[in-house]
Design a protein around this ligand. Structure first.
Ligand code: GAF
Length: 415
């Protein structure tokens, strides 16, 4: 049945079996705890969460799985993707200076979870971490690792937490151990997602509301640009700081304003007319203000099954992220343009933090295969020209596309 306040226990699936097989191969014994946490695709409401706005993500059927067995001493944590083992007597107590090693996401979330429930870490364990969320693709691969790690500790120490509280622990791990000042969206959907639903989340009250997504006539198509730009984290904090700067400007006349969530376009226009806000800060802030509004409207249009209106909001969101927030890339813009030309595509936009990654499209179910094939074929031609002039720090992989299947948040497998 429905268990919103604790982590669901579900039957093993392919990813679970895979983690068990890797564990047996690596450690020559069987894991006693197997848990998973999904990546996400955000339909709309981008760069709004850290200003206490609204977001509309879906948990994917792609996830991070952790298989673990307690031992009496020492820790061995193997990452299948990185092909590396952290082997130590004591888990690191502090994040490392400089570069963020892969195990920071695991150890950080585990430590913060155990601290929050006032339990010591298990005195030793062996663990395998594997993921089916494309890495660094804007589908929240890091939140999936954090939430799976916290969930593994939830089982290992035997103390549960409400899913949204667990999300807050994982957000703290991302801030402190991955040094990325993210909002709450990714960890929240990875903890609280529900099969066949999207989640409208008010990031101020932290109240999620589930919106059915099992419509028979639409598909959510994800197209991975396969392009990863460098310097993403720096640009994220710059945007976040610009939003805060806009808040401080508006606060002078409107002392009750604490976040862009409280700001209207009229307030921003006033500040602009008075010469109090520069053009760039104005564009950043006006994106967030309008995006909150679009996100709420999108939820209504979806409930009314008005796909066309919902899709239009997605195109508007994309244009604003491209022109006002400036987090898109030529490759992503090309995919959105191509999608827009296809019969049966209602809307498309960049999803996630930006600077590469994926495009999310809302498409007519009978046309989704055609949209997928045509866009991929045309985009691949475009990508050849990009590869030829690849800038430094630009990593190009194989573009791919797949359907998003709205899935459950973090869960525990019956072992
Ligand atoms: C990243 C962050 F982690 C999220 O919190 C959110 O801000 C998103 O970028 C942009 O909407 O995924």
């Amino acid at each position: 049945g429905d268990k919103p306040e604790s982590t669901k226990v579900v039957a093993p699936d392919g990813a679970c079996e895979e983690a068990i097989a890797v564990f047996k191969d690596k450690f020559k014994s069987a894991p006693t705890i197997v848990v998973a946490a999904p990546g996400r695709v955000n339909m709309i409401g981008e760069h709004t969460d850290y200003q206490e706005g609204f977001v509309f993500p879906i948990a994917l059927d792609r996830k991070c799985v952790i298989a673990l067995a307690p031992t009496s001493k020492g820790y061995r944590i193997y990452s299948r993707e990185v092909k590396d083992t952290l082997q130590v007597d004591t888990l690191p107590e502090q994040p490392q200076d400089g570069d963020v090693p892969w195990w920071s996401y695991v150890v950080g979330a585990m430590r913060i979870y155990c601290d929050a429930v006032k339990k010591p870490l298990p005195e030793g364990f062996d663990a395998v971490v594997l993921t089916t969320v494309p890495l660094g693709g804007g589908l929240s691969s890091s939140a999936a690792v954090e939430v799976a790690s916290a969930t593994a500790m939830e089982v290992a120490v035997g103390v549960s937490m409400a899913p949204m509280e667990k999300a807050v622990c994982c957000q703290k791990a991302e801030h402190e151990w991955a040094k990325m000042p993210c909002g709450l969206m990714d960890q929240a959907i990875s903890c609280c997602g529900r099969a066949k639903h999207a989640m409208l989340l008010d990031c101020r009250s932290k109240q999620p509301s589930l919106v059915p997504m099992e419509a028979d006539d639409i598909d959510v198509l994800i197209i991975d640009s396969a392009v990863r730009h460098a310097l993403v984290d720096g640009a994220y904090s710059t945007r976040k700081n610009q939003c805060q700067k806009a808040v401080e400007i508006v606060q002078k006349k409107h002392p009750k304003v604490t976040m862009l969530r409280d700001v209207t376009l009229a307030m921003l226009e006033d500040a602009k007319a008075a010469g109090e806000i520069d053009d760039e800060t104005f564009r950043r802030a006006s994106h967030v203000v309008a995006e909150n509004d679009r996100c709420l409207q999108f939820a209504d249009k979806l409930k009314a099954k008005d796909w066309k209106a919902a899709g239009t909001l997605m195109y508007e969101s994309h244009a604003s992220l491209r022109d006002n927030f400036e987090v898109s890339t030529p490759e992503i813009d090309r995919i959105v343009e191509l999608a827009r030309e296809q019969p049966g595509a209602y809307g498309a936009r960049i999803t996630g933090g930006g600077f590469g990654g994926c495009v999310v499209c809302l498409v007519d179910k009978t046309k989704s295969d055609a949209v997928k094939d045509t866009v991929l074929a045309e985009y691949s031609k475009f990508l050849e020209t990009v590869k030829a002039s690849a800038e430094a720090g630009l990593k190009v992989d194989e573009p791919r596309a797949f359907l998003a299947e709205p899935s459950d948040g973090a869960h525990i497998y019956k072992t």
